[in-house]
Ligand binder design. Structure first.
Ligand code: ADP
Length: 163
C-alpha cells in the first residue's frame, strides 16, 4: 500500500477534513497531514497552531496513526522526502474540481510518479468550508456542529469578546 500526503490550509480543521483523513488512512500504509503554505490566504491561525489543532482533533476522534506537520515548501519535495507517492485531496462541489485539477496537473509536471487521489466528501459536509466556519465564529455563532471540539474551543477563545 502506498504512503500518502494530505496537504491543505486547515485554517481551521473541520469535520470535513477529519472525515477525509479517517477514510483516507484506511487506503494507505501511512497518511501524513501537511499544513501547507498558501500564498492566496492570510491565515487566522499560525501554521504551528493549525498543526496542534489537527493533532488535537485526531486525538479527540481516537485516531493515533496519522502524522501532522507544517511545510512551507513544494509539497512534491516533501512527498519525495517522506517516500509518499499519493496526494490525497477532497472534492466537495464542481468548483473544487477546477482548482484541484490545476494543482494536480502542475504537481504531475514536477513529479510524474506522484498521483493525486480525490475522495468525494460526505453529503453533510458539502457546504462546509474553513472560511464559513471562521465567519460564523467571528460573528459569535455556534460552530460546534462543524468542527472537532478542540477547534470549537480555540475559535471561542480567539473571538471571545470580539463580536
Ligand atoms: P486548501 O487551501 O489547500 O484548499 P483546505 O483546508 O481548504 O486547503 O482543504 C484541504 C483539503 O480538504 C482539500 O482537498 C479540500 O478539498 C478538502 N476539504 C475541504 N473541506 C472539506 C469538506 N467539507 N469535506 C471534505 N473535504 C474537504
Amino acid at each position: 500500500m502506498p504512503i500518502a500526503i494530505h496537504p491543505g490550509s486547515f485554517d481551521p480543521p473541520t469535520l470535513g477534513h477529519l472525515d477525509l483523513v479517517t477514510r483516507g488512512r484506511k487506503l494507505f500504509e501511512r497518511l501524513h497531514v501537511v499544513v501547507a503554505f498558501n500564498s492566496r490566504k492570510t491565515p487566522l491561525f499560525s501554521a504551528e497552531e493549525r498543526v496542534r489543532l489537527f493533532q488535537a482533533s485526531l486525538e479527540s476522534a481516537g485516531i493515533r496513526d496519522v502524522e501532522v506537520q507544517a511545510w512551507d515548501g513544494l509539497t512534491v519535495e516533501l512527498a519525495r522526502r517522506l517516500g509518499a507517492t499519493v496526494f490525497l485531496r477532497g472534492l466537495r462541489q464542481v468548483g473544487d474540481f477546477e482548482a484541484e485539477q490545476s494543482i494536480a496537473l502542475m504537481n504531475r509536471r514536477m513529479a510524474p510518479l506522484i498521483e493525486t487521489v480525490y475522495l468525494p466528501c460526505r453529503e453533510e459536509h458539502l457546504g462546509l468550508t474553513s472560511t464559513l466556519v471562521r465567519d460564523i465564529a467571528r460573528l459569535g455563532g455556534d460552530v460546534s456542529p462543524f468542527v472537532p471540539p478542540p477547534v470549537a474551543q480555540a475559535l471561542r477563545e480567539r473571538f471571545q469578546g470580539k463580536s
